[in-house]
Design a protein. Structure first.
Lengths: 120, 330, 512
């Protein structure tokens, strides 16, 4: 049982490296990259659920009897699109932040806001 | 261990190392390129896991579009380096460790990877998707069958997500045109990259044709509306990179793109409204040809794939245009 | 036509969004959005009538039977949310006409309305769906449109707030996806009813526990439950006013409904509340939220930010009701969902009027408002009384119901927390009243004050130009909501009926 679970565990490790990257960095672009890794790892998790030993891609062909399950594939196709949509909006906001603040470091931008508030 | 398992293990190992390298990398350019590598290796892993449609999409979208977005972000924000502030390391690490522990705990009761008796494999809908779909839809690529017909409503949601992202980016990026911008558009490619220009001019028609092929062949092999749209968009993005915004806007101006973005969504939703008008449920393609339901299914699937392809391609190119036009402004 | 209503509920705003992009004029876009809002409300009302006696409407998308296809499910638990969305959308349409004209640059207005249509589509889609993954997709639609809409706020802080919300919100959505994946792994299905059938068969399964926890944490981020609330104050206060009205009224409420749906219908009370300490965890974070939200609100210098922190506290109270997992608890929670939406909608709408007339929403700029704009300020005070829970406001009705539910469950400590938070609410509402009635503006000559505001407005590129008159539609919206917040306190039969019906469906019991 545990032998096949190694795959899950490595995928979980990838998820958490991505999550760690998102939370620990202050650079907005780096956060987005980390978010990307986190999401891709979740996709891997779903795909691994559909896999069958000795199966083949779920395109019905003469002579093949065992197929991998198509449902996780459909879900992840949608999820990939959702992921890139989020990345693109994130990049757009990050560019606007750079134009407004002159930095894409979250801490610097927050410090500038705090200074502005103190001056008011 | 069979050769496939070994290959999987190797790829997973590469992924782990790449992910760690991305986290540790100080240079953002390195991180972005490694991100592209991460997506490409994931796509290869998906092929090994029998998910060919997903691999196709991940390679096109993850390794292609996402990397372009990140590189553009780096160019437009003049950012080079990123370091981890000390104070964030502990709480971030804590959350990551807790979440990992929770997942590992949950995984003990998960079925093994590849188990043919898992709840996923033995659920009745597996039979519906793999066997009944052949009578009802006559579409060999079951992923397309599920995506476009059985769960067509989800795919409509997916198109709307892309549409929303396109609207969002346009709302944020579009601004008034300045004379300096016009000049920059024209003098886009200063250096003489002759080889690149010749090659991309030659490749362009093949790229667009391939996109059309992927769209139409999606029912028989890996492919479909999304992949086709991304490839079509990538062709135009390549042309923009090589010959400049002014040149490509003679063929595909921004106004046309904005219209196309909405048209694709309307085609998809329109198919659903049409089936309602014909007396069936929303997106019930059987209504197109009551005497021969599978014929109606094929027609419906093709129509919505076209709608998807149009919106995806238009959004990709429109987003790229708007990012390029923004340039570096301070 | 009637049988197609569940699908139309989502499709009409969806098509309107595409339509807004194609239109040439800002006025046309507003008309289309208003049409979509009105259509949503009418559809919601008809559906409410249909499920009034406890019926359940199931609609198969694509003509495929669930669980192979996706189905929409309308019952008393989600029809309340649909009604609320319809009402708030119509009010936003009326209110937004002038508010958007003032706060959003003209060339962006058509796309702004498109984004509003998409926000509505996403929220409606979450409310009607009977499929777990479909819920995730529409959650992302509503989230993405929110990120873009918030980023269009007039100050540059809106950009930071939107980015922070994007990162936290996406992590939350991904957690939800992980949870759905775990549930899918052990049952093989995504359909909520099918999951409910199959999950008892795998009771005690650790993957199911993981699924519940991840879904709860993911939705908790969207609900802004303490301590995952960090994104809310920035997002609500920096967003354009009409966006603030919609998000504050219904944004988190839909996520609360989604959680209730997962907890009660999909996983079931036994798994979530009996086997796991989710109920206790909710009571703890809900209490913390009530205290923290009301407490921090007392220290805020900006009116919108004060309202945002107050919302965190109120959401804590609603979530506490869900956490009790009793019919009366859930009924009280739903009642407050309705009443708080009305109250906060009124307050954020009033804030937009302040922005229009004063160019600022800081508490200092509100000095002497009771004399300068008596009607608007009156509405603010009335709604504020609802936040405290003073009879005969609607806020009192829901706090009374919550108190009764807490007593019934012997939760005396939490009852004390709720009363403490009401006291704190008295403090921050009191501050607003003090500024408006008992403080005089720095210059007794109101004209000079307005001119000085205008001067600063010109210097600061992010400021809104001061206008002389409030539009009728904006004032009318605020008035309507403020009156409703009192009316539903005097005659709470409609909201109570809806809330009880929802509780009955979800918990299977009846509220006394």
């Amino acid at each position: 049982m545990t032998a096949t679970h190694y795959t899950y565990w490595i995928i979980f490790a990838l998820m958490m490296i991505g999550l760690y990257a998102v939370m620990s960095h202050g650079n907005l672009v780096k956060k987005l990259i980390g978010l990307n890794i986190f999401q891709v790892a979740v996709f891997m998790f779903f795909i691994s659920l559909g896999r069958v030993d000795g199966g083949s891609p779920p395109i019905i062909t003469e002579g093949i009897e065992v197929y991998s399950h198509p449902l996780p594939h459909v879900l992840i196709l949608t999820a990939i699109v959702v992921g890139v949509a989020t990345t693109s909006v994130g990049v757009a906001i990050a560019i606007r932040i750079y134009e407004a603040y002159g930095t894409v470091e979250e801490d610097n931008a927050l410090a500038r806001d705090a200074a502005e508030e103190a001056a008011e | 261990m069979s050769s496939l398992d070994l290959a999987e293990a190797v790829l997973l190992g590469i992924l782990l190392v790449t992910a760690l390298a991305i986290t540790r990398a100080r240079s953002l350019f390195v991180a972005a390129m490694l991100g592209g590598l991460f997506s490409l290796v994931t796509a290869s892993l998906f092929v090994l896991l029998d998910a060919v449609d997903v691999a196709f999409t991940e390679a096109a979208v993850g390794a292609g579009i996402s990397t372009v977005l990140f590189i553009t972000a780096l160019a437009l924000t003049n950012s080079q380096e990123a370091t981890t502030p000390r104070r964030r390391v502990i709480p971030a690490g804590l959350v990551a460790v807790l979440a990992t522990a929770g997942l590992i705990y949950a995984s003990f009761d998960l079925p093994g990877v590849g188990d043919p008796d898992s709840p996923v494999q033995t659920h009745p809908i597996t039979d519906t998707y793999l066997r009944e779909s052949q009578q009802d839809l006559h579409v060999p690529n079951t992923v397309t069958g599920v995506l476009a017909s059985y769960r067509g409503y989800d795919t409509l949601g997916e198109v709307v997500v892309i549409f929303t992202a396109g609207i969002g980016v346009l709302l944020l990026m579009l601004g008034p045109r300045r004379p300096a911008d016009e000049a920059r558009d024209r003098a886009y490619l200063q250096a003489e990259y002759r080889v690149l220009r010749v090659v991309s001019k030659t490749l362009m028609p093949f790229i667009l044709l391939f996109a059309l092929y992927v769209l139409l062949h999606g029912e028989y092999g890996p492919g479909g509306g999304f992949q086709a749209g991304v490839i079509f968009g990538a062709g135009f993005i390549l042309y923009t990179l090589m010959f400049g915004l002014a040149a490509v806007q003679r063929v595909l101006p921004m106004r046309t793109l904005v219209v196309l973005v909405a048209v694709g969504v309307l085609i998809y939703a329109g198919v659903g409204v049409a089936t309602m008008a014909l007396g069936g449920g929303f997106l019930d393609y059987n209504e197109f040809n009551p005497g021969n339901p599978s014929g109606g299914q094929v027609a419906g699937i093709l129509l919505i794939e076209v709608g998807v392809g149009i919106t995806v391609a238009a959004v990709m190119v429109a987003m790229f245009y708007s990012l390029i036009r923004r340039g570096v402004r301070r | 036509m009637i049988s197609q209503l569940p699908a139309l509920q989502v499709v009409v705003p969806l098509v309107s969004a595409a339509g807004c992009v194609l239109l040439r004029s800002a006025f046309g876009a507003w008309l289309l959005f208003s049409f979509a809002a009105a259509a949503s409300l009418v559809t919601a009302v008809v559906l409410t009538v249909q499920v009034w006696d406890g019926d359940v409407i199931r609609y198969e998308m694509g003509g495929w039977p669930a669980p192979a296809g996706i189905e929409l499910v309308i019952d008393q638990a989600n029809v309340v949310v649909l009604l609320l969305l319809g009402v708030i959308a119509v009010i936003a349409a009326a209110y937004g006409r002038r508010s958007i004209e003032v706060e959003v640059p003209l060339r962006r207005v058509r796309m702004f309305y498109a984004a509003l249509c998409l926000l509505l589509t996403g929220l409606l889609g979450i409310a009607v769906t009977g499929d777990a993954f479909n819920l995730f997709v529409f959650l992302e639609i509503s989230s993405l449109s929110s990120y873009a809409l918030i980023a269009l706020g007039r100050r540059r802080r809106a950009l930071l707030a939107a980015f922070q919300y994007l990162v936290i919100g996406t992590v939350g959505g991904t957690f939800l996806l992980i949870g759905v994946g775990l549930a899918f792994a052990v049952t093989g299905t995504l359909n909520m009813a099918d999951l409910a059938d199959r999950l008892p068969g795998v009771a005690g399964n650790r993957a199911v526990t993981g699924a519940v926890v991840f879904i709860f944490v993911g939705l908790a981020i969207k609900m802004a439950v303490f301590p995952l609330h960090a994104w809310l104050p920035g997002a609500y206060s920096e967003a354009p006013s009409v966006v603030g009205v919609v998000l504050a009224a219904v944004g988190t409420k839909v996520a609360i409904y989604a959680f209730a749906r997962f907890a009660f219908t999909v996983f079931g009370i036994d798994v979530v509340f009996t086997d796991l300490p989710i109920g206790e965890a909710i009571l703890v974070v809900g209490s913390l939220a009530m205290l923290a939200g009301a407490g921090v609100a007392c220290f805020q210098q900006d009116f919108k930010r004060l309202l945002a922190w107050s919302s965190i506290g109120q959401v804590g109270m609603i979530v506490t009701g869900i956490g009790l997992a009793t019919a009366s608890g859930v009924s009280a929670a739903y009642l407050h969902i309705i009443n708080h939406a009305i109250i906060k909608g009124a307050l954020f709408a009033a804030a937009g009027i302040l922005l229009l007339r004063l160019g600022s929403t800081s508490l200092d700029s509100m000095a002497g408002l009771g004399r300068r704009m008596p009607l608007t300020f009156g509405a603010v005070v009335v709604a504020g009384l609802g936040l405290i829970g003073v009879p005969p406001t609607a806020g009192f009705a829901s706090k009374w119901a919550m108190a009764a539910a807490l007593v019934e469950d012997d939760q005396w400590l939490i009852l004390a927390v709720m009363l403490a938070s009401s006291l704190l609410a008295m403090v921050y509402v009191g501050r607003i009243v003090e500024v408006g009635w008992f403080r005089t503006p720095a210059n007794l000559d109101g004209q000079t004050l307005q001119n000085s505001e205008q001067a600063t407005a010109g210097a600061n590129p992010g400021a809104v130009r001061v206008h002389e008159q409030t539009s009728l539609l904006m004032a009318g919206s605020v008035a309507l909501l403020a009156v409703a917040s009192v009316y539903f306190g005097i005659d709470a039969s409609l909201p109570s009926g809806l809330a009880d019906g929802a509780a009955r469906i979800l918990t299977g019991g009846s509220a006394p």
